[in-house]
Write a protein that binds this ligand. Structure first.
Ligand code: MG
Length: 336
């Protein structure tokens, strides 16, 4: 198949600056691309890199787009190098979009309709505010419909966090699931203490709700330690930063990881190869956003719907990170 290729970079400001362990994030930058096939079917794609999480930089993605001819082929798309995982995702998902198999409009006046598919079958996870604020703000998140919560740990002194944790598990309704995300910020001793605490509370019947998992307790370099921890405790561990790309994901699996894998489709790489890997190895996955627009979200939710197992909530919150998504995106795509 041959496609007419057009692209356009975008910038959008977060409603509130996003604090990560790599500093403050104010502006999300990415690229919207449009592929029109020989039958004039249109497919939209999005490249939304997060270089500090392991993808290419925006500049590398732009360079790649700029050197492409105006007409491209499937051969070009399916041979995008692994060093450009967000590009692999953007181009392949634009092909899938255009193929019409997702049931979204790809012709005529429908082409600018970015409807988020009905993924009500998959529960969503909502982010609690960090620290003590979680104790009196969880109800807002609950009222938005979330029943799986994520709470960041490894931010404050561990003794203080464990105290808040004790209050939190007795404050949240028993039907909720709680995920603890350390973003690689714990020491080996602290990770042991968190896992021991969760195991111990459960063994003593003192855990009123379910601790679904502890996410990325240690830095990426300490894979062997996380592997050992995952075998020493009953509380599950999910890898996130360690498995940013398909290559890393496969390497962790090959080295024996049988815990949970957090997959961010927007930066993980080729959707077709991701599908193949998940089907072949039946891995336990959690799907999560990269603060993309509705275009990459649609493609990501398709993958999540296909590949999620164990009914795990997905991290594509309906939290409002950006303003006026619909109109902004439609006017951006209009001239493309
Ligand atoms: Mg995480």
């Amino acid at each position: 198949m041959r496609y007419q290729f057009k692209f356009r970079p975008y910038q959008r400001r977060f409603v509130r600056s996003l604090t990560t362990n790599h500093g403050n994030w104010d502006i999300r930058e990415g690229i919207i691309l449009r592929l029109t096939d020989e039958t004039l079917r249109v497919g939209w794609g999005e490249i939304a890199p997060i270089s500090w999480f392991g993808s290419e930089t925006l500049e590398q993605a732009l360079d790649f787009c700029r050197q492409l001819p105006e007409e491209i082929t499937d051969e070009i798309i399916f041979s995008i190098p692994d060093e450009l995982p967000a590009c692999q995702f953007g181009f392949e998902s634009a092909c899938e979009w255009g193929s019409g198999k997702w049931g979204v409009g790809s012709k005529g006046d429908e082409e600018n309709n970015f409807i988020t598919p009905n993924s009500s079958l998959l529960p969503y996870s909502g982010l609690l505010p960090a620290g003590e604020a979680a104790l009196n703000q969880w109800e807002t998140v609950w009222q938005q419909g979330y029943r799986t919560f994520k709470w960041k740990i490894g931010v404050d002194a561990i003794a203080h966090e464990l105290e808040i944790f004790e209050s939190l598990i007795h404050t949240l309704p028993a039907s909720t699931k709680l995920r603890l995300d350390a973003n690689g910020g714990l020491t080996y001793e602290e990770a042991n203490l968190w896992l021991w605490t969760c195991d111990n509370l459960k063994a003593n019947g003192e855990l009123p709700l379910e601790i679904e998992f502890i996410e990325q307790p240690l830095p990426v370099e300490q894979f062997q330690e996380m592997l050992e921890l995952s075998m020493s405790y009953k509380t599950a561990i999910a890898l996130d930063e360690s498995v940013a790309t398909l290559g890393q994901l496969a390497a962790c699996y090959q080295q024996g990881w049988r815990g949970i894998f957090v997959i961010k489709p927007g930066i993980v790489g080729s959707p077709s190869r991701l599908r193949k890997f998940c089907h072949q190895h039946q891995i336990d996955t959690v799907f999560s956003s990269v603060f993309e627009t509705a275009i990459a979200r649609l493609a990501s939710l398709q993958l999540a719907a296909e590949l999620s197992r164990n009914n795990r909530a997905i991290g594509f919150g309906i939290d409002h990170f950006f303003e006026q998504e619909e109109t902004w995106l439609q006017s951006l795509c209009k001239d493309l």
